[in-house]
Design a protein around this ligand. Structure first.
Ligand SMILES: O=C(O)[C@@H](CO)OP(=O)(O)O
Ligand SMILES: [Mg+2]
Length: 401
């Protein structure tokens, strides 16, 4: 029933106005799935390869589509993803592009769910999923590679850890985003938004901490539940290998000082989450920081692990981090993303399913988070391509799919 009859690929726009790959997968019984690849700006060095969309599409049409059409069942995700790997032949999707691969992989999953008549999260996670939901981490202030002339730290993330429901959590993050705007206005700071919809003010990181701390406390009082906050430092973007230091404008910090700085922030602001506090090769420094603060906060590897089980296994051995960011397009298929999540959970690492800074209206990651019972999802706070995922979580919780 789920035998794939057609795979169609096209270029569509992403949220930055760049082209990206969209895939349609059709099955012999009329099942249909459509998905599009997101795209990073602060991409890790070890991510699977994103090719220019036209090239990725041409190569996938030549090498992957003939393997899938007629021979592979959309309901068998492992076979779909194995066919994508076989078509590519490299370990980083350098031939057909991880953007083609992930779009096809996700579209096939949706086609499989369509034939089964099940919501995607249930097809991926089974009958017993759908009862618990991830806490959304909402980007409310940011800079780094996502906005010029703003904070050095890439993302300040509201974390409504005490929310009684996912809908309450989603609304709380939007309220923190609005409260931050009011606080910036009070301080006469004009600003626009970064790529993920977070405010991108021209203030230093210290002032951003003050503002986000105040905004989360105010909204927590208003909503009546705990709202903490966290960071994506995007340390690899700050790290200068020649200087062997983290560069914050005129200020630099050695690796030791960076560990000290982040540990200090965790204590001062009760941070619940710290992503990529260090460079993408800094396993030892990650381990040191985890040793110091890992009992009270999540130390998450994004560019460090790139959703890759080999890199995660290295991290587990080293004691680096206690959490992994999971971005299907970093590794190219849903099966690989699942493997990373399973390995993480087996070793006590919390998976955080994540969007990219360049996104589409695709909602697959909302389903992936519910399917794997991930404790957190990072998918922005406002903006259509972000609310697409947040609203999908609300619908899943409301049994409204
Ligand atoms: O660093 C990150 O975690 C992501 C998403 O927030 O950014 P990008 O997609 O630019 O890599
Ligand atoms: Mg990151």
């Amino acid at each position: 029933m789920t035998r794939i009859t057609d795979v169609r690929l096209r270029r569509v726009l992403d949220s930055r106005g760049n082209a990206t790959v969209e895939a349609d997968v059709l099955t012999e019984s009329g099942g249909f799935g459509r998905a599009a690849a997101p795209s990073g700006a602060s991409t890790g060095e070890y991510e699977a390869i994103e090719l220019p969309p036209s090239e990725a599409i041409a190569k996938a049409r030549e090498l992957a589509v003939p393997r899938l059409e007629g021979g592979v069942y959309a309901g068998n995700q492992r076979d779909v993803d194995a066919a994508l790997h076989a078509a590519d032949g490299t370990d980083d999707f350098g031939v057909i592009g991880a953007n083609s691969a992930v779009a096809i992989s996700m579209a096939a999953a949706k086609a499989g769910a369509d034939v089964l008549g099940a919501p995607l999260f249930q097809h991926l996670g089974g009958a017993f999923r759908g009862g618990s939901f991830p806490t959304p981490l909402g980007n409310v202030v940011g800079g780094g590679e996502h906005a010029a002339d703003a904070t050095h730290i890439q993302e300040f993330l509201a974390a409504p850890v005490g929310a009684p429901s996912v809908a309450d959590a989603v609304f709380a993050n939007a309220a923190v985003h609005a409260e931050v705007a009011d606080l910036l206005d009070e301080r006469d700071v004009a600003c626009g938004k970064g790529d993920e919809g977070a405010w991108a003010p021209s203030i230093d990181d210290a002032e951003a901490f003050e503002i986000v701390d105040e905004a989360t406390s105010t909204v927590a009082d208003e909503f009546g539940f705990e709202i903490g906050f966290g960071l994506d430092v995007a340390g690899a973007e700050l790290y200068d290998a020649d200087e062997d230091a983290y560069v914050y404008g005129d200020e630099t910090r050695s690796t030791e000082e960076q560990v000290e700085y982040i540990a200090g922030l965790v204590d001062e602001y009760d941070l619940v989450y710290v992503e990529d506090p260090l460079d993408e090769d800094a396993y030892d420094a990650f381990a040191e920081l985890t040793d110091r603060v890992g009992d009270r906060t999540l130390v998450c590897g994004d560019d460090l692990f790139v959703t890759n089980t080999e890199r995660l296994a290295e991290g587990i051995d080293a004691g680096a981090g206690n959490s992994i960011l999971v971005k299907p397009n970093q590794i190219g298929t849903l099966s690989d993303a699942f493997d990373a999540i399973e390995l993480a959970v087996r070793h006590g690492y919390d998976p955080v399913v994540s969007h990219r800074s360049g996104e589409t209206e695709d909602t697959t990651i909302a389903h992936l988070a519910v399917a794997t019972d991930a404790p957190f999802i990072k998918t922005g706070a406002v903006g259509g391509e972000r609310t697409a995922k947040l609203n999908e979580l609300i619908r899943i919780a409301d049994d409204a799919l």
